[in-house]
Design a protein around this ligand. Structure first.
Ligand SMILES: Nc1nc2c(ncn2[C@@H]2O[C@H](COP(=O)(O)OP(=O)(O)OP(=O)(O)O)[C@@H](O)[C@H]2O)c(=O)[nH]1
Ligand SMILES: [Mg+2]
Length: 355
């Protein structure tokens, strides 16, 4: 599972990447080369893990993580270069489009002016263009094969034509519905505009408190917008813990906005966490939403999946409400679940297995 940070040139992508990964890279002033890609890991901060750690005082505390990569910026006037860059989105499961809303006379805005809606649309169009080329190539290939008497599936041709038509109407593949058969046909093809997308509005430092001005700039209601200042977020990661807390207090907020962004990415990727607890380690384990107890155990070790017997489960809420395992057991709240149990986000689990 990988998140890609993309968008037009000089919008603050690398700054944001540093903020979420805690890496301290040089922020470039000239044009980045088209193969300059940064990769790193972002910690998924979770209040619940902190609380469990305070209770168990373990030797080790382990948060969930997700992979992030930072791509070079797109240029509105160079679609050839853009296509090469966007090729790197194929292996990503979620795309973040960083939009510049900060004023800075030293850094040229790719379009000359701040306009959030235009930049949202332009980025989507770049993705759609790549997808149109892919659909077009596929259609051509199938039609040529049919001409040469090679057997091809009629449904496949119809499907790619439907996708092409949709893109040609300036709509992303994401908004098309597919039946099971179509999904199967499409599984080897990586349409970029089918991937979940977050538009991230990179604000000026003075604007983080009052985002109303920017919210008014957008006509349509979008649920997938996140507002933050990449510069502030990067600076926050570089501060020692106590200074960071003071800084946040001054802004009247409890945690860095980049934590929220990483959590939003996690949930848009369809991921949830279950926890294991003890004196050695308190740990979050990442699973796909809908995974069963047996699969969840397999994340720890394949032996647990193979020799799965039962899982002892208590929800995080029950655990906190009753203050610990002893009381939970007395009250009979520690459930014994079988292999098909669908794990919930925040389940505290212990596996019984036999190999
Ligand atoms: N004022 C302000 N400047 C920012 C912010 N984010 C980035 N910048 C500045 O914008 C310039 C580009 O920042 P980068 O993070 O390198 O932007 P980028 O999108 O990675 O650039 P390319 O990879 O070259 O497309 C630098 O001079 C940053 O200091 C921000 O939130 N506020
Ligand atoms: Mg960059």
């Amino acid at each position: 599972m990988k998140v890609a940070i993309s968008g037009f040139e000089k919008t603050g992508k690398t700054t944001l990447f540093c903020a979420v990964t805690g890496l301290n890279l040089n922020i470039s002033y000239g044009q980045t080369s088209e193969n300059e890609i940064n990769e790193g890991i972002a910690v998924v901060y979770d209040e619940r893990i902190n609380t469990l750690s305070e209770i168990f005082k373990p030797k080790k505390t382990t948060y969930a993580v997700i992979d992030y990569k930072d791509l070079p910026g797109l240029n509105p006037n160079d679609s050839k270069r853009n296509q090469k860059i966007l090729d790197n989105l194929k292996d990503s499961d979620l795309v973040i489009n960083v939009i510049r809303a900060f004023e800075d006379s030293f850094t040229v805005h790719p379009f000359g002016t701040i306009n959030i809606e235009r930049d949202m649309k332009s980025f989507e169009s770049e993705l759609q263009l790549v997808d149109m080329i892919l659909a077009e190539k596929r259609i051509e290939r199938i039609e040529n094969n049919i001409k040469r008497g090679i057997k091809e599936k009629e449904e496949e041709l119809t499907l790619f034509k439907k996708i092409y038509e949709h893109l040609n109407n300036d709509l992303p593949v994401r908004t098309l519905e597919f039946n099971e058969e179509e999904k199967k046909i499409l599984s080897p093809y990586k349409f970029l505009s089918a991937k979940p997308l977050i538009h991230l509005i990179n604000l000026g430092e003075k604007d983080v408190i009052d985002t109303v001005r920017y919210k008014n700039m957008i006509k349509d209601k979008h649920s997938d917008l996140i507002y933050l200042s990449a510069k502030i977020e990067k600076e926050l990661t570089e501060l020692p813990e106590n200074e960071r807390i003071n800084f946040l207090n001054e802004l009247g907020i409890t945690e860095p906005a980049s934590y929220k962004l990483v959590r939003a990415s996690y949930s848009l990727l369809g991921l949830i966490s279950y926890f294991t607890v003890g004196e050695d380690e308190v740990r979050a384990w990442t699973i796909k939403k809908g995974a069963n107890a047996k699969e969840a155990g397999g994340k720890i070790h394949s032996d647990i999946e193979r020799g799965f017997i039962r899982a002892e489960v208590v929800s995080y809420e029950d655990f906190i409400k009753h203050g610990g395992l002893k009381k939970i057991k007395e009250l009979g709240l520690l459930r014994l679940e079988g292999k098909d149990y669908i794990v919930n986000d925040g389940d505290i689990m212990n596996f019984r297995f036999n190999v």
